[in-house]
Design a protein around this ligand. Structure first.
Ligand SMILES: [Zn+2]
Length: 256
C-alpha cells in the first residue's frame, strides 16, 4: 500500500537527531511521499534542506502561518513571495486564521490570508488551510474567493457537519489526522458524513500523534493508525482507504 502524508513538519528541530531514521521508517511503511508545509521566514531554509536531502520523498509548500503574523507581516509576506518565485512549491501553505492563542492581530491575519489566497489563484496552486476558533470567518473568506478554480484542504479538520457541507460545496478536501483516534473526539461521528473521495490523510508531525502513540513525538509512519481508524469508521478495507486518499492527494497537489 502506498500512502501520502499531506502535512508534516519534519524539518523542525524535534527531528534533528534522527530525521533520517524517521524518513526511512516512513518509506518502509509505505508513506513514501511527505508534504512539508512552511510556517514563516525562519523555517524556509530548514524545510528546503530536507526537501533537497530527500528529493524523492519530501516536497515543499510555501506560506505564512497565522500564528507568525504580527505588525511586520508585510515584510514577512514579501520574503514568502520571493521564496515562492524561487522554489516553485507544490502548494501555498500553511495559511489561515488562528483566533485561539491571540486575537491581537486579527485584522492582519485576515489581510495576509486573503493576499495568499490571491497568490494561490494567480499561480494556480492549491492552498493548505489552518483554522482555529475561526471557522465561520474563514469559510466566508474562501467562499468569496472561490472563482471555480481555487482548490485546497482544510488541514487537521475537526469541524462540524455544517462546516463539512460548506467545504464540500467549495470542492475542497478535509485533512484528517491523529485526532480521529482520540477517545473524546467527535470527529468519528462527523467523518461518517464526509465522502472518502474528499479526505486526505496527514500527521501534522511532530504534533497530534494518533493512539497508541499519544504523548510521543508524532512521525509520518504513525499515519497508518489514523488510516486504520478511518477504515473501521467507513467500513471499508485499509487497501481502499490507501488507494482513495492517495489518489485524492495526487490530484489535489498535482503529484506525479
Ligand atoms: Zn501544520
Amino acid at each position: 500500500m502506498k500512502w501520502i502524508d499531506t502535512h508534516a513538519h519534519l524539518y523542525l528541530e524535534q527531528f534533528d537527531h534522527d530525521r533520517d531514521t524517521v524518513i526511512q521508517h516512513a518509506v518502509s511503511n509505505g508513506v513514501s511521499t511527505i508534504l512539508l508545509p512552511n510556517i514563516d521566514q525562519t523555517t524556509i531554509a530548514a524545510m528546503l534542506k530536507v526537501c533537497s536531502d530527500y528529493p524523492d520523498h519530501c516536497f515543499p509548500m510555501m506560506g505564512l502561518h497565522p500564528g507568525s503574523i504580527k505588525e511586520d507581516y508585510r515584510q514577512q509576506l514579501d520574503t514568502i513571495l520571493q521564496a515562492i518565485d524561487r522554489i516553485k512549491p507544490i502548494a501555498i501553505g500553511e495559511i489561515g486564521l488562528d483566533f485561539y492563542w491571540d486575537i491581537k492581530y486579527k485584522t492582519e491575519q485576515i489581510k495576509a490570508f486573503t493576499r495568499q489566497l490571491d497568490i494561490a489563484k494567480e499561480l494556480r496552486l492549491p492552498v493548505v488551510i489552518h483554522t482555529r476558533e475561526a471557522f465561520d470567518v474563514i469559510l466566508e473568506l474562501v467562499e468569496s474567493a472561490q472563482n471555480g478554480e481555487l482548490q485546497g484542504v482544510f488541514h487537521c479538520f475537526t469541524g462540524t457537519l455544517d462546516n463539512v457541507r460548506r467545504i464540500l460545496d467549495l470542492g475542497f478536501y478535509m485533512g484528517i489526522g491523529g485526532v480521529l483516534t482520540y477517545k473524546k473526539s467527535e470527529l468519528p461521528i462527523v467523518v461518517k458524513d464526509i465522502p472518502l473521495t474528499s479526505i486526505v490523510l496527514e500527521t501534522d508531525a511532530p504534533y497530534l500523534p494518533p493512539v497508541p502513540f499519544r504523548g510521543k513525538r508524532n512521525e509520518s509512519s504513525f499515519m497508518i493508525e489514523t488510516a486504520k481508524k478511518l477504515a473501521e469508521i467507513k467500513q471499508v478495507s485499509l487497501e481502499e482507504v490507501a488507494q482513495t486518499t492517495t489518489s485524492n492527494a495526487i490530484k489535489l497537489f498535482n503529484l506525479s
